[in-house]
Design a protein around this ligand. Structure first.
Ligand SMILES: [Zn+2]
Length: 522
């Protein structure tokens, strides 16, 4: 299995290669709706500004769930000891968003748009909406939860010679925009908070990275064909989930642009495959979850005189240096995970996010001997942590509490390599690879919202909305192609707000379809 196949460079991978590793991917698309107001209050939507009148400070604290367990994300966010700052502009935020007043009834304009899109997806429409709270523990929503409701389920859209299943369509509130995240302080602006957006969840029906991007484009054309969604930076954000045979369903969050999806999903599939191969290779060296061993020690005094600049400057600020021994890991920190990315990156990411050691590099390890400490310093460090030849050693430095937490996270992440692929969410990076974002929240994130009653969706309302729906994008595309519209303009015109004008110009005015489409697609 895992050892039979090695990932080729991106350009050389074929659909058969993806089939060999069991590539599967699905999308969760968040799309802002073009409404005048926010979803559960009467603040204006879509007014972005860096201006703010006040700042509010919050700390995250984990609480036990009803099952008596801590949620993984909650615990992680608590470990980070972040101060969360919210910047508030009176013109775009009221007391609702800060959980000081109850919600208003759902915005009818937003609901109409969502219902219409649900019908374009061929969903089974829900006739009684129940508002739920979805836990959000990263601080991006000040109340700690998002109000959300499912408007349609079990839809499908035609794609190639098959269908892509739409699991559900939700209508929910947008979260805050992050402005910065440095050390123990994360800052958000609240203008976007509470704006209506739809969440489209597809089944994992895409079999290659290109298909994921194509389906993303297709869904975008469908929602834009209504003319009632926002466009521009941040108006549509994709979460992409990927898995391979034997792997874990991993979600890459907040992909800002669809053309980045193929490389991102390729790299995530490779990462999972290579982590499975790493587990097998460790096992061959006798390193298993059961036999795993690690030690950590304060090694500050052995590196006092180092010429390695990052550690030197840390010591200058009175910081602590911790050494971590990973039993039997020699060479494995250089195990490839993604394109030009190696296992030590997984460790560095955890240290950065959880121990808040955000200045990079934040670790140094013995599998890159050319850089860093002198051989005498390495020897002293290895002796202190009790390293044998077959062990790897990782250094981490920072304020005492952070360096100790960092050392613990190094051990945790290394041990996870013997288990497989950790359940976590990942963030998209510019080079097409992805990095650790947070530990996956538990499955019990949703609970009923007691502030709002269920809401009936009358059959007449759906009938009225259905009559006003635009023609299906696939049907339009087929018609345009038949009329002789150039093939590159067909998809542009099909989701264009000028599509109606095109019909007028080619019908009553008798213009040639080719000429009219060239003029309107500008
Ligand atoms: Zn408000």
């Amino acid at each position: 299995m895992a050892d039979d196949f090695l990932f080729k460079p991106f350009e050389e991978m074929t659909p058969e290669d993806y089939a060999a590793v069991g590539f599967k991917s699905g999308l969760e698309i968040h799309q802002q709706l073009l409404t005048a107001r926010k979803l559960f209050c009467r603040c204006p939507a879509g007014r972005y500004s860096a201006k703010y009148d006040a700042e509010i400070l919050r700390h995250m604290r984990p609480t036990l769930s009803e099952l008596g367990e801590y949620d993984g994300t909650a615990l992680m966010e608590f470990k980070t000891k972040k101060e969360i700052i919210y910047r508030i502009n009176r013109e775009t935020v009221c007391t609702y968003e800060m959980d000081d007043t109850p919600p208003f009834m759902i915005d009818e304009e937003a609901l109409d748009i969502a219902l219409g899109i649900g019908m374009l997806y061929d969903c089974i429409m829900i006739d009684e909406l129940h508002i739920a709270r979805k836990q959000y523990l990263d601080g991006s929503i000040p109340t700690g939860f998002q109000r959300t409701t499912i408007v349609g389920v079990d839809g499908k859209i035609p794609y190639k010679d098959r269908s892509i299943r739409i699991i559900q369509l939700g209508l929910e509130e947008d979260a805050c925009r992050e402005v910065s995240d440095v050390g123990h302080r994360r800052t958000y602006v609240t203008d976007r908070l509470g704006m209506p957006l739809i969440e489209t969840v597809t089944a994992p029906d895409m079999r290659t990275p290109d298909e994921v991007a194509e389906v993303g484009q297709l869904l975008r054309r469908i929602v834009r064909s209504t003319g009632k969604v926002r466009t521009g930076i941040g108006a549509a954000r994709e979460d992409v989930n990927v898995s391979v045979t034997g792997g874990t369903r991993i979600e890459i969050k907040g992909v800002p642009r669809l053309p980045r999806i193929p490389r991102l999903t390729y790299n995530e599939a490779m990462r999972q495959w290579n982590l499975l191969r790493l587990r097998a290779a460790l096992e061959r060296c006798g390193v298993t979850t059961k036999s795993f061993s690690a030690t950590m020690e304060d090694v500050t005094k052995h590196v006092r005189k180092t010429l390695y600049q990052p550690v030197q400057s840390a010591l200058g600020q009175g910081m602590l240096v911790m050494g971590v021994r990973l039993g039997g890991f020699k060479g494995f920190l250089r195990w490839q995970t993604q394109t030009d990315t190696y296992f030590h990156q997984e460790i560095s990411d955890r240290v950065r996010v959880i121990a808040c050691l955000t200045a990079l590099p934040n670790i140094l390890h013995s599998d890159s001997p050319g850089e860093g400490l002198s051989s005498a310093e390495w020897q002293a460090v290895r002796k202190t942590v009790g390293a044998r030849d077959e062990d790897a050693v990782v250094l981490v430095w920072g304020p005492a509490a952070d360096a100790r937490l960092g050392a613990q996270e190094i051990v945790i992440r290394a041990k996870e390599a013997t288990i497989g692929i950790p359940s976590e969410t990942r963030q998209a990076l510019k080079d097409g690879t992805n990095g650790f974002e947070r530990i996956l929240p538990g499955p019990d994130r949703m609970y009923p919202d007691t502030d709002l009653p269920p809401k009936r969706v009358e059959a007449e309302r759906l009938t009225g909305l259905r009559a006003a729906l635009p023609a299906r994008v696939v049907d339009r595309e087929r018609r345009y192609a038949g009329l002789g519209v150039p093939s590159d303009l067909v998809p542009v015109l099909a989701s264009s707000p000028f599509a109606g004008l095109f019909d007028t110009m080619t019908g009553e005015r008798g213009l040639s379809p080719k000429f009219a489409s060239l003029g309107l697609a500008q």
